[in-house]
Design a protein around this ligand. Structure first.
Ligand code: C2E
Ligand code: CA
Ligand code: CA
Length: 599
């Protein structure tokens, strides 16, 4: 559109002079002009060409201007084109009709040039303004529509994001299972429901993978993760619709079983099914892996106050199941509750006792069976518990071991025993070769700092290596055969004496002994106690005999534990056992009593 272009105009007039005059004048004024001489043509042009204005003669043969205008206004494409009527002065101009049929103005002939131009200009400007307003309006509507759409999209996106966040907050990312939070919510609802409906029963199962740590440590976390996913899927496959499986974290899963029987029949069935399904291997990459689960079950008693307590008790039951061996299940009873509470209390007390070094060491004399003279002693830990009197190790060591605290206790005992030996040496109440035996737990034996720690203790106390005997159970050594050999070799470089404790109760693989740098065997008390009972075919006597013969052959010394009677002593002397300890000679004694015993 050129700068000077002012608009498209159609002139309709049956008088050629009029047409010519108007056409010329308007063209000079930069209007684009078309002209026709009758109504029919006017309608045709108006429908096909874009027009800004029509100048329409009223008096025409065939179809007069009013009719043409009426038709124009009746058609959608032409109805908005402004129409200005042209009328001769002598014509009877019906102004009312002119406006009725849709005209917007009229010009009378003969034409006054300025008037014609002014009216045309005004109407075209008016039309253009109207068009502009219309366009603006449409544009505005469009924008409002777009903005609305965008807002709707944003709201939808936000909703999706929120749902995602909510899902993440309530699900475990690895297995996609509900997590602890969601499980506890559901459990709270179910417990609440059970409180209101006496007939409603449910149960909670807690599952812990056996040996999972081994997979993680040996094959890496990635394989561990894959195994967990596979386990989750397999457990899922064992569950019906009225149960919820969740991952509590680590290798622990939990199941909520609704509508179980009062005795937990459903839980028992499910546990058996899961454990049987898990006996099949998991194919992860190119290797097969195995894991099963220990299961603790708690019956949904509505007397429970909080959902956490249900989980706590399922955990206690699971713990008992683990203690029974792998892939077992146990239903919680109140004895377990008591056990769990005591155990927890014991653990707390133990931590405090370790911090305050509250342990005492008792010494049990070890006697040379030929001379019947005391040649050493075994250091045995005691715990003067603040409220429970003096505790024996079998009461608290299992808890200490489970809680990973036993190595600290062992070291405390080792320190005390070594300073005690040094003190007796300085007091000249024992000879240069008098030894003290201390017990070493598996945890401690495998501790990477063990050798260094013992070296430091010997150095600080000034005790020679050959005065220290370490008692290690055969299970500890056999279960870690390769590392054991290296550790024992290192200890031997310091002349420390190595003794295998509880010999005969563990692997009892006599042939391996040759492979380890050990010095001494401790014949377990169970053989000594019944050494004179010959009723069984393979009697304790025979076993003891075999052990002693084997030890002699391998140049190992033998120490018999738990000698309580003169007969037992006699027998052991006959068999050639080197050393012995037991109530027959002495109970374990405090340091002061031991001093008296030595004197
Ligand atoms: P153990 O190594 O077999 O120690 C010998 C246990 O037998 C001691 O029990 C001792 O009091 C008991 N005993 C000794 N003579 C007789 C007897 O004639 N008859 C009977 N019935 N028992 C006798 P204690 O002191 O209760 O220790 C139990 C176990 O606790 C020990 O068995 C040992 O395995 C462990 N233990 C003790 N102190 C420590 C320690 O400092 N560290 C570690 N890791 N374990 C320890
Ligand atoms: Ca021992
Ligand atoms: Ca023993």
């Amino acid at each position: 559109m050129s700068d000077t272009y002012k608009g498209d105009i159609l002139i309709v007039d049956d008088t050629p002079e009029n047409l010519r005059f108007l056409s010329k004048t308007l063209s000079e004024q930069h209007y684009k002009v078309r002209s026709v001489t009758d109504g029919t043509m006017a309608l045709t042009v108006a429908q096909s060409a874009p027009l800004d204005l029509i100048l329409l003669d009223i008096k025409m043969p065939e179809m007069n201007g009013y009719e043409v205008c009426e038709r124009l206004k009746a058609m959608e494409v032409t109805q908005d084109i402004p129409v200005i009527f042209l009328s001769a002065l002598d014509d009877q101009l019906d102004k009312v009709k002119a406006f009725q049929v849709g005209g917007i103005d009229y010009i009378t002939k003969p034409f006054q040039l300025e008037e014609v131009l002014a009216r045309i200009q005004t109407h075209i400007a008016l039309k253009m303004a109207t068009q502009q307003i219309l366009a603006l309006n449409t544009d505005l509507e469009q924008r409002v529509k777009q903005r609305t759409l965008q807002l709707e999209k944003e709201i939808a996106e936000r909703q999706i994001a929120q749902e995602k966040l909510l899902h993440m907050a309530l699900h475990d990312a690895l297995t996609e299972l509900p997590n602890r939070t969601l499980f506890m919510k559901r459990l709270a609802q179910v417990l609440d429901h059970a409180k209101k409906n006496q007939d409603y029963t449910f149960s909670v199962m807690l599952l812990d993978c056996d040996h999972f740590k081994v997979v993680n440590d040996s094959l890496g976390h990635l394989v561990g993760d894959q195994l967990l996913i596979a386990v989750a899927r397999r457990i899922e496959g064992c569950l019906g619709p009225s149960s919820m499986l969740a991952r509590l974290g680590g290798d622990e899963f939990t199941i909520l079983l609704e509508e179980d029987t009062k005795t937990g029949q459903k839980a028992i069935q499910v546990a058996k099914r899961i454990q049987s399904e898990l006996t099949y291997p998991f194919q992860l990459g190119c290797q097969e892996n195995f894991t099963n689960v220990s299961v603790g079950v708690v019956l949904g008693d509505r007397n429970y106050e909080k959902p956490e307590h249900l989980l706590r008790d399922a955990d206690a039951a699971m713990y008992q199941a683990k203690a029974q061996g792998k892939a077992c299940f146990k239903i919680f009873d109140s004895a377990m509750h008591h056990h769990a509470v005591t155990r927890l209390q014991m653990e707390t007390d133990l931590r405090r006792a370790i911090e305050r070094k509250e342990f005492q060491v008792y010494y049990q004399p070890i006697i040379d069976l030929q001379t019947e003279k005391v040649v050493g002693c075994e250091a045995l830990v005691r715990w003067p518990h603040p409220t429970l009197n003096l505790l024996n190790p079998n009461v608290f060591l299992p808890t200490a071991e489970e809680a990973g605290l036993i190595d600290k206790i062992d070291i405390l005992v080792l320190q005390k025993a070594c300073s005690q030996i040094k003190q007796w040496q300085t007091q000249n109440v024992i000879s240069e070769v008098f030894f003290v035996s201390t017990n070493l737990s598996a945890q401690n034996f495998l501790h990477p700092d063990l050798v260094q720690t013992i070296e430091n203790i010997l150095c600080v106390t000034g005790v020679k290596g050959h005065c220290l005997k370490l008692e290690i159970t055969e299970n500890t050594i056999m279960k870690n055969a390769q590392v054991a050999n290296a550790i024992l070799a290192q200890l031997k470089t310091q002349d420390i004496i190595i003794s295998i404790d509880d010999f005969g109760t563990g692997y009892s693989s006599l042939s391996y002994l040759n492979n380890f740098p050990v010095d001494s065997l401790k014949i377990d008390r169970s053989f000594v106690t019944e050494i004179n009972d010959l009723s069984t075919e393979y009697s304790n006597l025979k076993i003891t005999q075999t052990i002693i013969a084997l030890a002699e052959h391998l140049h190992l010394s033998t120490v018999a534990e738990g000698i309580e009677t003169r007969e037992q002593l006699k027998k052991l002397q006959q068999l050639g056992c080197n050393y012995g300890q037991g109530f027959y000679f002495s109970h374990p004694l405090t340091a002061e009593k031991m001093l008296q015993f030595l004197g």
